[in-house]
Design a protein around this ligand. Structure first.
Ligand code: AHG
Ligand code: MN
Ligand code: MN
Length: 344
């Protein structure tokens, strides 16, 4: 028996954690466990490339422009291909869909029962400045019976999510996920190449500390969002001012508010008539993070309704997003109800 002082710390790898979590479900086949493990593996590969981006000639732009009309960064393309190639032959998926590809990518050979939607690299504009970036993923059960998956399998409300998570390539690489049994965070130990449980049962703490928004777009916001922002800054005397933190990587800004308490929002803005619903995409940015937020006692809204209740009508559909501490998100809805006659 080891003396107490020498007990090895309880090392829980992500594989062990997912397996133990799935054992609660008698009908669990282990496929979801393997799928989550495949995503963790993709995270390790992308992390190793990201940490050497400056050296491995992986910085900078390709000559391509993606469906979003954005120039594709080399790391975007690398992350996109890594996730696709690690999942296109496993027999676990019926279809995949990525921010970087206009159409869904059906799996023809032995299609499986799950659907994977992903933003391979979130925060691309920050790649060349060594600011944290991330990967976001959503997992659904397929809706179609058999054969290669279809767009119908991809256009599901967040309420149907089986699992969701993100990988944050920051000062350390973290994987945070939920399967509806709470939110759990794992930190990559590069020396052993394993994600180890570092943040079990994450709950958004009270009171909130931060608000995260790009104040540079204030002139394009509705009256309700402007007054909400004044409220968060204590300008209307309604609350103690919060601190502003915004790095322009959704995953990093969301993660900070998840752990410290606060709200992130990217409202509808009227600067770009092509994007009246704001910049963020429902299927592979807002919905997966909304599932995580709700599982951590938070909330996510488009300013009017719960993000998880919105059924996408197109793959790259954008949505305004208010996400984090429940009371702060509900306050945003209240200001929009009171001051914005035009419904979001
Ligand atoms: P992506 O790099 O996947 O296109 O996402 C970028 C998004 C999101 O990460 C971030 O919150 C937002 O863009 C920042 O947009 P602004 O630069 O307009 O504030
Ligand atoms: Mn993104
Ligand atoms: Mn992206």
């Amino acid at each position: 028996m080891l003396p107490k002082s020498e007990d090895p710390i309880k090392i829980i790898t992500i594989e062990r954690h997912i397996l133990e979590e799935q054992l609660q479900f008698p009908d669990a086949t282990g496929v979801l466990t393997q799928l989550l493990y495949d995503i963790a593996l993709a995270g390790k590969v992308i992390s190793s490339r990201t940490s050497r981006a400056g050296l491995a000639e992986i910085l900078g732009r390709t000559e391509e422009v993606n469906i979003q009309g954005e120039v594709v960064q080399k790391l975007d393309r690398f992350a996109d291909l890594t996730i696709y190639r690690l999942n296109d032959h496993t027999g676990r998926l019926a279809v995949m869909a990525s921010e970087e590809n206009e159409h869904p990518m059906p799996i023809s050979n032995s299609p499986g029962k799950y659907v994977l939607l992903y933003d391979p690299l979130d925060g691309s504009s920050n790649i060349d400045y060594n600011i944290p970036i991330g990967t976001i993923f959503s997992i659904y059960r397929r809706r179609t019976e058999s054969g290669p998956g279809t767009l119908e399998d991809c256009l599901q409300p967040g309420r149907n999510l089986v699992a969701a998570g993100y990988i944050l390539y920051g000062s350390s690489t973290m994987l945070v996920y939920t399967t509806g049994q709470g939110v759990h965070g794992f930190t990559l130990d590069p020396s052993v190449g394993e994600f180890l449980l570092s943040h079990p049962n994450i709950r958004i703490p009270e009171p909130p500390v931060y608000f995260s928004v790009n104040l540079g777009y204030r002139m394009f916001w509705s009256e309700g969002v402007k007054r909400y922002t004044d409220h968060l800054q204590g300008l209307d005397g309604g609350m103690k001012a919060l601190s502003l933190r915004y790095v322009g990587s959704l995953v990093a800004d969301f993660h900070r508010n998840l752990l410290a308490g606060g709200v992130f929002y990217y409202p509808a803005d009227f600067k770009d008539p092509k994007k009246p619903q704001g910049k963020l995409r429902l299927a592979y940015e807002a919905a997966p993070l909304a599932f995580i937020a709700e599982q951590a006692n938070g909330y996510a809204s488009d300013g009017v309704r719960n993000i998880l209740d919105i059924t996408p009508t197109s793959l790259h559909q954008r949505t305004p997003l208010f996400i984090g501490t429940r009371s702060l998100v509900e306050k945003a809805e209240a200001f929009i109800r009171e001051y914005d006659s035009v419904r979001v």
